[in-house]
Design a protein. Structure first.
Length: 349
């Protein structure tokens, strides 16, 4: 018997998404990726910055161990005070001196550090080519060595004060004959506020190229008693940027390239670094090469604190503490951290 009950028509089975639905799904995935990617990148940078902080803290421990053993801090740069014609007197840097205190005692003992850097290279000694992970910030791109003469680079530099370091003669104090930079007493113009007079504090050599001596000097190591401003209020080590090619900034074993200055706040873009060689393609506003033979600024070095971290740099104080200093730090406070005995009163970082 035939049923008279109404029947429900069967729906046709769908074989796939429609084009509109597929585009909507793709758009949603794209939005999610766009939202999550910055968070992932920020998390990775936070991890790299933490590792960078740990590296610079390890450098602080090595400095403390050196001071405890030697009763003074290492020379920022060691330079022979007598040299024949055409012989570069540069010997080594504070990084070289710290090698026994960062588990590199065997390599340190294998090198004759009384031989100037250039001669060691000519003799086939490539120990200065070896990079040390401790001195490399993970946020910085790998750059390799500068060249056979200068060797390896790193991202942590020692506080040399305010001004320039001259490494083109045999004077341990690096006198300069050019009065345009550093040799005349003058105020430093503040970028935000009135000029602040930063008087020279170097009674032993009043015509030094450094207006204000920092924690590390050429051919001299400071003793702990000299830090009358307080070890927590004096900078020891900070970050500098390295670049591919033959850019000499951050060279580990060349004294002047392994030091930085407090002339202006971190990552200040209106003032170039002064170095022997600049990365190819950089304008004079970013990096000033002093390569020109016989030039007015030949041998003049100045690196400012810089990093690839967003918004600031890691700084190690003499007491071993590490802090992240923002780019917009008060300029007077930043400069006051350059000196161990300046008796400034601008506050703390």
């Amino acid at each position: 018997m035939t049923s008279l009950a109404p029947t429900t028509p069967r729906l046709a089975r769908r074989s796939a998404f429609t084009l509109v639905e597929l585009l909507v799904v793709i758009a949603i995935i794209g939005i999610l990726v766009a939202l999550l990617l910055p968070a992932v990148q920020a998390a990775r940078e936070a991890a790299r910055r933490t590792e960078c902080t740990n590296n610079i803290r390890q450098t602080g421990l090595a400095l403390m161990n050196y001071e405890s053993s030697q009763k003074k801090f290492p020379f920022g740069a060691t330079q022979r005070t007598t040299a024949g014609a055409g012989t570069d007197p540069t010997m080594f840097s504070w990084v070289s001196s710290l090698m026994p205190y960062v588990e590199e005692a065997a390599l340190y003992s294998a090198v004759d550090w009384s031989i100037p850097l250039g001669q060691r290279n000519d003799n086939g000694d490539t120990s200065h080519h070896i990079p040390f992970e401790t001195y490399v910030c993970p946020s910085s791109d790998p750059v390799g060595i500068v060249n056979n003469w200068y060797g390896a680079r790193g991202n942590y530099a020692a506080n040399a004060g305010i001004g320039f370091v001259w490494m083109n003669d045999v004077s341990p104090w690096q006198d300069c004959t050019n009065t345009q930079f550093g040799c005349s007493v003058r105020p430093f113009s503040s970028t935000d506020g009135p000029d602040v007079n930063w008087p020279r504090r170097n009674p032993e050599k009043p015509n030094s190229s450094l207006m204000r001596f920092g924690t590390f000097q050429v051919n001299r190591g400071r003793k702990m008693a000299e830090f009358i401003d307080g070890t927590s209020k004096t900078a020891a080590v900070c970050e500098v940027r390295t670049y591919e090619g033959t850019d000499t900034r951050g060279t580990l074993h060349f004294g002047a390239a392994s030091m930085y200055m407090h002339d202006y706040v971190p990552n200040f873009k209106q003032l170039p670094d002064w170095t022997r060689y600049c990365a190819e393609g950089l304008a004079n506003t970013e990096c000033r090469s002093t390569e020109v033979t016989g030039g007015q600024w030949r041998g003049q070095w100045r690196q400012l604190a810089r990093s690839t971290h967003p918004g600031g740099v890691n700084l190690l104080a003499v007491d071993g503490s590490v802090r992240f200093v923002p780019d917009d730090v008060d300029e007077n406070v930043w400069k006051s951290y350059a000196t161990p005995n300046g008796e400034e009163n601008f506050g703390s970082l």
